[in-house]
Design a protein around this ligand. Structure first.
Ligand SMILES: *[C@@H]1O[C@H](CO)[C@@H](O)[C@H](O)[C@H]1NC(C)=O
Ligand SMILES: [Cu+2]
Length: 160
C-alpha cells in the first residue's frame, strides 16, 4: 500500500514535469545536409524559433569540419577563439542553456569565410498556453490535466 502511494506520487511528478522536457526541440543544423560548406545557414535558421533547452546537432565527417562557439566579432571576422577548443566529433550536440544571441563557426581552412557559420537567437522559454496566473501555469495544458486525472483515479484504486 505505502509502496503503491509512493509510486503514484512519483508518477504524478513525472507526468507534470515530462511534457516540459519533451517540448524541447532537437535541431540538426542544416537538416539532411548537415554542417558543411556551400550552405546558407542564415536561411536555415531564419524561420526557426530557438528556446532554452533545445539542442543543436552539428553533423559532419569527423576531420572535415569542426565547431567553435564564438562571439559576434568572431562570427563576422571568422576568427577562432584562442582559449576554447573546437568540437570535433562530427556528432556535436550543443544544448542551448541560456537565452541570447549565439554564434558558431567552422574553424577549418576558409570554411567560415565561405559561409559555414551559424547565428541564432535563443529565447527564454518554450511558449506556454497563456497562463492567467503562475498557479494556473503549472496546470495550463489540457494534456497534463487529463494525465493528472488518470493518475488520481489510479491512486484511488491503489488505495482501496
Ligand atoms: C570575442 O572573442 C575574442 C576571442 O575569444 C576576444 O578576443 C574578444 O575580446 C571578444 N570580443 C567581445 C566583444 O567580447
Ligand atoms: Cu568546415
Amino acid at each position: 500500500m505505502a509502496a503503491n502511494k509512493q509510486f503514484f506520487v512519483i508518477l504524478s511528478i513525472v507526468v507534470i514535469i515530462l511534457p516540459s522536457i519533451a517540448s524541447a526541440t532537437d535541431y540538426t543544423v542544416g537538416d539532411d545536409r548537415g554542417w558543411k560548406t556551400n550552405f546558407d545557414y542564415a536561411a536555415w535558421a531564419k524561420d526557426k524559433q530557438f528556446y532554452v533547452g533545445d539542442t543543436l546537432l552539428f553533423k559532419y565527417a569527423a576531420g572535415s569540419h569542426n565547431v567553435f562557439k564564438v562571439n559576434g566579432t568572431g562570427f563576422k571576422e571568422c576568427t577562432k577563439p584562442e582559449l576554447t577548443l573546437a568540437l570535433t566529433t562530427g556528432n556535436d550536440v550543443i544544448t542551448l542553456a541560456t537565452p541570447g544571441r549565439k554564434w558558431y563557426i567552422c574553424g577549418v581552412g576558409q570554411h567560415c569565410a565561405g559561409g559555414q557559420k551559424l547565428f541564432i537567437t535563443v529565447q527564454d522559454a518554450a511558449p506556454q498556453p497563456a497562463p492567467t496566473s503562475s498557479a494556473n501555469g503549472i496546470f495550463a495544458s489540457g494534456y497534463q490535466m487529463v494525465l493528472i486525472a488518470m493518475v488520481a483515479v489510479g491512486a484511488l484504486f491503489a488505495m482501496v
